[in-house]
Design a protein around this ligand. Structure first.
Ligand code: ADP
Ligand code: MG
Length: 352
């Protein structure tokens, strides 16, 4: 090998080492910047839709959080209009006021099918066919009507006779629904949860790393952990206290939480509280609990089981054993002030 050849080989080797180090330093610098970059700020907006206050708290690196929050609110508005049983333009109104089979779209079919499935699972404690009874009492979910007196007993009995989830026929091959024996659908016990799950999916499809939560009148779906890693602290309202008092705190990085309480909508007559969650067996507001909270992965499941748990409060032992089998973890505040929770619930009470 000639001297000049050896020199150029050495030079090439030196260059390779130099560029190699440069590459390493650049990669390391980028990694450090990536790890320590400040999290994106949270954008927050509140709107009134679906008969409730919907609050969105959201952050994204990919798109403007405001645009994501708008997607959430438009989804709530879409579903609110579509499933409000008292709006003559809604599909539920159409089904309730039709005789015979009604063809519906896939989404509506799936929601009604799910509602009937949950009615079976909860032995009718959750019943999506209480429309006429709820209308009589004046607690229509979306309108937020405020009734003031107990209807007469005969009317309650009459309307109660026109309820019962076994009066809903579903024909999957024709995507059609039929109501029998004069029942009316009221999906108020499930639509909020469905809207939360839908809005969550819409957000995550745009930015799978978006974080934050959606709070629809106390039913909450987590979009992602706070700053990408911390749990959100959620207070469970003390039904015996004022709206800002909590009986317990839970910490969630994902999933959903829903509460059914007798303090949401009610009136007092002769010292007795009448609220908007009905016992499908009696036609009167369910008794036994002041509030039932459920944590689960899906908001629909949490919403449904919170309502069902409230109705089944007197069978609280059964609730604590059976509901967790469906992934629904329960926290109940009883009339007596006693608290019952299933054994797994404590996992959510620790910050982990
Ligand atoms: P909120 O809407 O206040 O969060 P819930 O989730 O418990 O409370 O839903 C209550 C609504 O569900 C009522 O306004 C009514 O539309 C409907 N509903 C009432 N009782 C029942 C029941 N036993 N099963 C199914 N839906 C019910
Ligand atoms: Mg509910």
């Amino acid at each position: 090998m000639r001297v000049s050849d050896r020199k150029s080989l050495l030079k090439a080797r030196r260059n390779a080492v130099f560029y190699g180090i440069l590459l390493l330093v650049s990669v390391a610098t980028i990694a450090v910047i990536y790890c320590f970059r400040s999290p994106p700020p949270y954008y927050e907006v509140t709107d009134f839709t679906m008969g409730t206050r919907v609050r969105v708290v959201i952050a994204s690196r990919k798109v403007s959080p405001k645009s994501l929050a708008n997607l959430v609110l438009s989804e709530f508005k879409r579903l609110s209009a579509k499933y409000d049983p008292y709006d003559p333009r809604s599909v539920i109104y159409e089904i309730n006021h039709s005789k015979g089979w009604v063809k519906v779209d896939e989404e509506t079919f799936a929601i009604i099918e799910a509602a009937i499935r949950y009615a079976r699972i909860t032995h009718g404690a959750f019943d999506p066919t209480l429309g006429k009874l709820i209308d009589l009492w004046g607690f229509s979910d979306f309108e937020r009507k405020k009734p003031t007196s107990v209807p007469n007993e005969k009317d309650i009995e009459e309307k109660l006779a026109e309820t019962g989830y076994e009066n809903v026929d579903l024909d999957r091959s024709n995507m059609a629904v039929r109501l029998r024996n004069g029942v009316w659908l009221d999906l108020g016990g499930l639509v909020k949860g469905y809207a939360l799950d839908r809005a969550y999916n819409i957000v995550r499809n745009v930015d799978k790393d978006a974080t934050g939560f959606i709070d629809a009148g106390g039913d909450i779906k987590i979009i992602g952990p706070k700053y990408g890693k911390l749990p959100w602290t959620i207070g469970i309202r003390d039904p015996f206290g004022s709206p800002s008092d909590a009986v317990d705190y839970v910490y969630l990085r994902e999933g959903a939480i829903a509460t059914s309480g007798d303090y949401e909508r009610y009136f007092i007559e002769n010292g007795i509280r009448y609220h908007h969650i009905f016992d499908p067996k009696t036609g009167y507001p369910a008794r036994g609990a002041r509030s039932v909270t459920v944590i689960s992965k899906d908001a629909v499941l949490a919403d449904v089981f919170a309502t069902a748990g409230f109705v089944m409060a007197k069978d609280w032992r059964y609730v604590l054993v059976e509901f967790p089998k469906y992934g629904a973890h329960v926290f109940m505040v009883m009339d007596s002030g006693e608290i019952h929770k299933d054994p797994f619930f404590k996992v959510y009470e620790s910050k982990r």
